[in-house]
Design a protein around this ligand. Structure first.
Ligand code: NAD
Length: 496
């Protein structure tokens, strides 16, 4: 019998009001059923928000360093259980174990950063324009934070949102991706074990309708979403209408530029990792390779050979390089784009098909694929595929490479391989992205730096680093007039 999981609402593990459940299966072997999870309705969301409102009242009054202490214990427990969580994550999401270990490590780093932030949360003290008057600002919690997360970083992304929200004094209702509900279940168990008061965290499983109920709920003033640009647009409309504070982290079409003076060995390693790590299902995945014409043919030949050597399989096995896609719809989408490549007359250099091994028959596998000869406006060079497909574009100069990089609607990350320091600095200035890497692939965010993109990748907020604490707190300004007289700001300036 498969395990039937529950929501965590009002301090208890409870069944959904709908009585409905959905299945969570291993994408590398769909015969492996991980469990059944609640397909929750608006009533469940409502109960969660009510309880979180109560949780907020208590938690927001606890001193921030004490809130940080809870997150320190969360970091310790994640460290203890790193291997077990990584294995469970690979089973439900498919990416290889070194990557799921990295996913947990990101959560650990975020926990310790948040713990120490409980002792900072700086405000400002500034001179007043009047005599005998004190002027300062401090950061206040906001209320119930509604968090909606995607499938590709089952632990890291929930922690990027949850830990800063908590240390700032908010309570949390999380609706994780229906593709990876188990990892967040394990995370909530850890939060409770670490001593987080139960009303402060609510876990409501479900799909898009459950997410929509959370976004629309009047008791939730803050929404943080990571996922596709299409879903983000719908959430943006709803939050605009209801005047909610909203952070959006959405799609990408990230490019790696390889110049003619690049260290090609290094660039080769980088593009393999950037394009096919996580089976291309990273928001920062290298999905465009912009090659200088002087190295184009040579580099592409080497890349083809190296790509053909990548082994597909269950991510829990040591010899696997690339796991499956998350579900059937994702593989269908990849196949649709390969049909478009054919229509557009592009060259499929390698891949472009499912693997033939009968051992992989029960998973959503697809061979790592390189498509060359693309024009900057080809659909494969413009649209997010979110799979193991790398589109190659040939350019004749650095300026052209910059134009191609910038000529898409997304703006998450970019990368340049060159030995020319001047070009490297120009790239940092001229590439329209939230993140630019020099001599490294488009992936590899660090927990203590702000993370996010420009254009249709985001709406101006950042996750990670110091900036996210501004999102989860409100600035309050206080003045103390100790002159004993009525002083009128902007009228009595500099009066005796
Ligand atoms: P998705 O948009 O399909 O789903 C994300 C979440 O939104 C899920 O929890 C889903 O249930 C929920 N949802 C769906 N419809 C909703 C609605 N109408 N209202 C509220 N919630 C709703 O995305 P996905 O397939 O899980 O993830 C892949 C996408 O995420 C890619 O586009 C990728 O680029 C993006 N992503 C971006 C970042 C980033 O930081 N920029 C990081 C990771 C993933």
């Amino acid at each position: 019998m498969p395990t039937t999981f529950r929501n965590f609402i009002a301090g208890r593990w409870v069944r959904p009001s709908t009585g409905r459940y959905f299945e969570n299966r291993n994408p590398a072997n769909t015969r492996d059923l991980i469990g059944r999870f609640p397909d929750s309705g608006a009533e469940d969301v409502n109960a969660a928000v009510q309880s979180a409102t109560e949780g907020f009242r208590k938690w927001s009054r606890l001193p921030a360093p004490a809130r940080g202490d809870v997150l320190k214990r969360v970091g310790d427990l994640l460290t203890e259980r790193k291997e077990a969580i990584a294995r469970a994550m690979t089973r439900e999401m498919g990416k290889v174990l070194p990557e799921t270990r990295g996913d947990v490590q990101e959560g650990i780093d975020t926990a310790y950063y948040a713990a120490s932030e409980g002792r900072r949360l700086f405000g400002h003290t500034v001179p007043s324009e009047l005599r005998s008057k004190w002027a300062m600002s401090y950061r206040r919690p906001i209320g119930v934070a509604g968090l909606i997360t995607p499938f590709n970083f089952p632990l890291a992304i929930p922690t990027w949102k949850m830990f800063p929200a908590l240390v700032c004094g908010n309570s949390v209702v999380i609706k994780p991706s229906e593709d990876v509900p188990h990892t967040v279940h394990l995370l909530v168990e850890i939060l409770l074990e670490a001593g987080l008061p139960p009303e402060v965290i609510q876990l409501v499983h479900g799909g898009g309708d459950t997410g929509r109920a959370l976004v629309e709920h009047p008791g939730v003033p803050v929404i943080s979403f990571t996922g596709s640009t299409a879903t983000g647009s719908a959430i943006g409309e709803a939050c605009g209408r209801t005047h909610k504070r909203l952070s959006l982290e959405m799609g990408g079409k990230n490019a790696m530029i390889v110049m003619d003076d690049a260290d090609l060995d290094l660039a080769l390693e980088g593009v393999l990792w950037g394009a096919f790590g996580t089976t291309g299902q990273r928001c920062t995945a290298t999905s465009r390779l912009i090659l200088h014409r002087r190295v184009h043919d040579r580099f592409l030949r080497r890349l083809e050979e190296a790509t053909d050597r990548l082994a597909l399989g269950d991510g829990r096995q040591e010899d696997t390089d690339v796991g499956p896609l998350i579900h059937e719809a994702s593989r269908d989408k990849v196949e649709r784009y390969l049909a478009i490549a054919e229509e557009e007359g592009l060259e499929v250099v390698t891949g472009g098909r499912r693997p033939r091994s009968p051992k992989l028959r029960n998973g959503w596998f697809y061979r790592p694929t390189i498509v060359a000869g693309a024009r900057p406006k080809s659909r494969l060079a413009q649209e997010e595929i979110f799979g193991p497909v790398l589109t190659v574009i040939r350019v004749g100069s650095f300026d052209e490479a910059v134009r191609v990089n910038n000529g898409v609607r997304y703006g998450l990350s970019s990368s340049v391989y060159t030995r020319d320091t001047n070009l490297a600095f120009r790239a940092m200035q001229e590439l329209d992205n939230g993140i630019t890497y020099i001599n490294a692939p488009t992936i590899g965010a660090e927990a203590h730096l702000p993370f996010g993109g420009v254009k249709q990748t985001g709406n101006g907020h950042r996750e990670g680093g110091w900036e996210v604490y501004e999102f989860y707190s409100e600035t309050k300004v206080c003045y103390v007039d100790y002159s004993g007289t009525l002083q009128r700001a902007q009228i009595d300036n500099y009066a005796d």
